[in-house]
Design a protein around this ligand. Structure first.
Ligand code: ZN
Length: 282
């Protein structure tokens, strides 16, 4: 009788022991999976309420802190901290940055050439290049925003912006594309005609230039194609960057096109389509 009791007890003990082992193992597995799913920050970073630096600042995390990534948008990751706080952090604070495969997820800097005291080239009627670069930049921005892209402009009024600060903005934002808009000028009036797509860095920017240029058609001006161009705003640029010369401002024929609404709209539509193609192939 005594032995029977002993055996029964030890069987119960064994069952409890198994149960404890299973519980411990489950906790360990859960914690390990949770830890693996978390990613560490490679910088000290601020947590924002939304994917925008102008949204509410919820605090900051240190380099090495681990978070769970819930979703991504533009160059932002929605995260949950170890304390359970949810917010957005810019993706360059992580080893793995977001892959941008559509225009609707892209961050784009549009650069209206010249501005303020820098009027750019002149038409034969003394109209300033800076006026038209801004018109085109705004039309393009409107279309890209409609497509869902995050758009920044180096200027959106007639103010002076230094050359260096233009690519700097793209670098600071880790933009996916930088589009600079200009108009050519030939040494003599009515000597040059047509539009050209320039790139500087073959590795980062040639494909962008090709994708945009291939959509610039039916513009009733000669497409002078894709060319290498040594312009500061695309040369000193760390992101894919192109500079578009959309016609010769001191050519009467080109200037008529440049100032026509239908040409302006076509150019903006075509650049948008080129960007569509570019991001879909990313
Ligand atoms: Zn210019």
């Amino acid at each position: 009788m005594k032995d029977y009791k002993k055996i029964l007890l030890s069987r119960i003990d064994l069952k409890i022991l198994y149960l404890i082992i299973i519980i411990l193992f489950s906790i360990l597995t859960f914690r390990t999976v949770h830890y693996i799913r978390q990613v560490p920050l490679i910088n000290k970073a601020i947590i924002y309420q939304s994917y925008n630096t102008s949204s509410k600042n919820l605090g900051s995390l240190n380099m090495g802190d681990r978070v769970t990534v819930l979703s991504t948008k533009y160059h932002w990751k929605k995260v949950k901290t170890s304390e359970g706080e949810v917010g957005w952090i810019q993706d360059w604070n992580f080893q793995q940055q977001n892959k941008i495969t559509s225009l609707s997820d892209a961050t784009i800097v549009i650069d209206a050439g010249h501005g303020g005291s820098d009027s750019g080239a002149l038409s034969r009627t003394n109209k300033n290049e800076k006026t038209y670069t801004l018109i085109y930049a705004k039309k393009l921005a409107e279309r890209l925003r409609k497509a869902g892209a995050m758009v920044y402009m180096t200027r959106d009024d007639d103010s002076f912006v230094s050359l260096n600060s233009r690519p700097q903005l793209a670098e600071n934002l880790h933009a996916d594309a930088f589009i600079s808009i200009h108009f050519d000028s030939a040494p003599e009036n009515n000597m040059g005609s047509g539009y050209t797509t320039y790139y500087y860095h073959k590795k980062t920017s040639l494909r962008l230039a090709q994708d945009i240029n291939s959509k610039l058609k039916y513009l009733k001006l000669e497409n002078r194609g894709v060319e290498f161009g040594d312009f500061l705003v695309i040369r000193e640029n760390t992101v894919p960057a192109v500079l578009l010369e959309m016609g010769y401002i001191n050519s009467d024929r080109d200037f008529e096109r440049i100032t026509s609404t239908s040409y302006q709209d076509s150019v903006a539509d075509d650049i948008k389509q080129g960007l569509d193609t570019y991001f879909n192939q990313n």
